[in-house]
Write a protein that binds this ligand. Structure first.
Ligand code: NZQ
Ligand code: ZN
Length: 418
């Protein structure tokens, strides 16, 4: 017999201040959203927005304004790069920023926004404190060019700090060899998230047309990331949050239908528009209000990116199916609902239905060219203790919607994903 715990919709507070300007040609309106006396800095990535003409449209919309530009923000934005932008923001007394790019550039804007006024020591503490202590920020808006993360309408950001060797003076420097450099200490590669209500974008332009230049692999990444975000908030345990469940299911269904269409027909406006709105709605707080949330798949996935350099969505495609397999007993009720409502699976044997639903999830990722096994990236069992060490270091020892994902469970998930 299945024990159904009596659970109710959780109490919640919900506010999302980001104004959305959705559709073709909407970039032309941004000047109305940015104060006319703003000392403006535009942030962008490694050139895609110049190559596809988005930057020209942006500059035309902002004609006559004095603009400071900061480009070169890399995917999985790096702390050191962003600190260069912080120095410029301080020097130029920037009062408003515009992020033009994908999740990495928008997350970068959030960090720069907070770090410029950070007074509590090393701004890396913003990540270590998960955003606590942020008081003043530079307001910003964004122009989204990659539907995936939801960063354009949320208050989260993920920042990386790359591995590098630093040279330290020798400890015995007092013997006349001060300045000698002999100890090399490496700073490990980290990828950490922070959240703060201060870093919601003030506005976000979602013009599907500027995403037409995306390579198929990035569309696949976007579908997988949005799918992963819904699953973290939906595939937990039931709390009679019927509307949230239906919201989540409608996003999953639309991702499967329009997302896949958009993957195969990159210049089809309608499917791209639907994919774009799905990705935003998947992580703007709405579907997660009042329901338990998991996020252990993301926690494990971020460590894989930090250690092995895989793209965010590549790591989700590996971890999510394995996590569902390992935790299938704990997630049984929602897995059956997912099997029924998303995949139309009605096997009389619930275990079989769950297995089929998880297989469907794996097939979805594989059909988008996303590998679902660590071994496909050459990662072996011998490397898994490194992942555990990272999770331990970051206090990820009792995660998931019930706090039941211990280090041992994480290890089982990773082994299952080999
Ligand atoms: O750097 P450029 O030259 O602009 O090229 C980018 C980049 O190489 C390219 N690109 C973006 N728009 C394009 C385009 N290429 C052609 N045409 C366009 N229109 O795509 C590449 C990837 O961009 P990136 O911004 O890194 O991708 P994504 O939007 O997937 O963002 C990933 C980052 O967001 C974090 C991830 O961990 C990762 O660091 N996440 C942020 C979240 C949030 N803020 O809520 C939640 C997510 O779970 C995620 O962790
Ligand atoms: Zn994600």
């Amino acid at each position: 017999t299945i024990q159904i715990a009596e659970a109710h919709m959780l109490n919640f507070e919900y506010q999302n201040p980001t104004k959305i300007l959705f559709g073709k040609g909407q970039i032309a309106k941004i000047s109305n959203e940015i104060p006319s006396d703003a000392r403006l800095m535009i942030l962008y990535g490694c050139g895609s927005v110049i190559a596809n003409g988005t930057m020209d449209i942006v500059k035309k919309a902002l004609a006559g304004r004095k603009i400071t530009e900061f480009g070169g923000i890399e995917p999985n934005p790096d702390y050191d790069t962003l600190m260069q932008a912080v120095a410029i923001a301080k020097k130029e007394k920037i009062t408003y920023m515009l992020a033009v790019g994908g999740g990495s550039v928008i997350d970068a804007a959030k960090f720069i926004s907070a770090a410029t006024f950070w007074e509590l020591g090393d701004p890396w503490e913003i990540l270590k404190n998960q955003g606590k202590g942020i008081r003043m920020v530079i307001p910003f808006g964004c122009i989204l060019t990659l539907p995936a993360t939801g960063s354009e309408m949320n208050h989260h950001a993920v920042i990386s700090r790359k591995t590098r060797q630093i040279a330290l003076p020798t400890a015995s420097g007092s013997q006349g060899n001060a300045g000698a450099v002999s100890i090399h200490s490496s700073i490990e590669s980290e990828k950490l998230a922070f959240s703060s209500e201060k870093v919601f974008p003030q506005f976000a332009v979602l013009d599907p047309v500027v995403t037409f230049s995306l390579p198929k692999s990035q569309i696949a990444n976007g579908i997988a990331d949005a799918f992963g975000h819904v699953m973290e908030q939906y595939l937990t345990y039931p709390v009679n949050a019927n509307l949230q469940d239906r919201f989540a299911e409608s996003i999953l269904k639309t991702l499967i239908e329009d997302g896949i269409k958009s993957y195969h027909e990159p210049e089809d406006y309608d499917s791209r528009a639907n994919l774009m709105w799905c990705a935003t709605m998947a992580l703007n707080g709405l579907i997660g209000a009042g329901v338990p949330q998991d996020w252990s798949t993301h926690a494990i996935a971020h460590e894989l990116t930090a250690l092995f350099g895989l793209a965010h969505a590549q790591t989700l495609a590996i971890v999510l199916p394995a996590a569902l397999l390992v935790r299938r007993a704990e997630k049984k009720e929602k897995l059956l609902q997912y099997a029924d409502r998303i995949w139309n699976i009605h096997d009389a044997d619930p275990e079989k239905a769950i297995e089929q639903a998880i297989s469907k999830t794996t097939e979805l990722f594989e059909s988008l060219g996303l590998a679902t096994r660590l071994s496909r990236y050459g990662i072996t069992a011998a490397q898994l203790p490194e992942v555990s060490a990272k999770l331990l270091k970051h206090g990820m020892t009792g995660i998931g919607e019930r706090g039941s994902v211990t280090l041992e469970v994480c290890e089982e998930i990773l082994h299952t994903a080999l």
